[in-house]
Design a protein around this ligand. Sequence first.
Ligand code: NAD
Length: 248
Amino acid sequence: MRFDGKVALVTGASRGIGRAIAVRLGSGGARVVVNFARNQAAAEETAHLVRQAGSEALVIQGDVADPEAAEAMVKAAIGGFGRLDILVNNAGITRDTLILRMTLEDWEAVQQINLRGTFLVTKAALRPMLRQRSGRIVNLSSISGRMGNAGQANYAATKAGIIGFTRSLAREVASRGITVNAVAPGYILTDIWNDVSEEAKQKAIEMIPLGAPGRPEDVAEAVAFFASDAAAYITGQVLNVDGGMLMS
Ligand code: NAD
């Protein structure tokens, strides 16, 4: 899958799945705008890896939940590389706890980044894509949003919401040559699991037919497929990358 001449914006790309996506798109020839929230050094490392993979990268700080920052990310792509072809809404957080212990703040913090952030960056990115009459938007959902997960009602609600958002937008922009799809990872080894108990992680592994957690690169390949010319006739879809955890 090649992306020569294409420009991609990946949110939350300083580590984990976002970094793997940035590097995968870069290794396919895309010039990549690497968004990060806090850790500039880590984002610079992602940009370095994109350059090592043979492409160009620029780094931009910004909170996806801030409307001005969302606009600035898209301006950085246009200003730096002249266009925007691929948006990957990857930034996301968890605040896991059982509903009875969940505070309104736990609920709203996850909504802000996972849903409001996806909405704001997408809205900003759509303008150049609509002008170009082409574009690829790939959103990170989760199998939690499809099957539910005790302790993740806030997170699962946002990840299910992303599926509704993906399908609605796919219908809105299909006639303009823009596709919108979602990838739903299962248990992928990244820092997002740092606060989860060993027991819960072991239970998750027992639910995976392929017998092990996935790697960020496994998710990046699925994102790259949706972002590629090969997926030109695919829109409004959700692809699980979960070792078979959820078969439906
Ligand atoms: P991670 O915590 O390693 O990375 C998340 C990234 O998002 C970080 O770089 C973080 O700085 C960034 N981010 C957080 N808030 C932000 C904000 N306001 N603005 C910009 N960036 C922000 O987690 P990950 O596992 O790499 O997760 C990436 C995506 O994949 C998330 O949307 C997550 O929900 C989804 N996902 C992950 C798994 C998994 O098992 N790892 C499973 C399902 C879905």
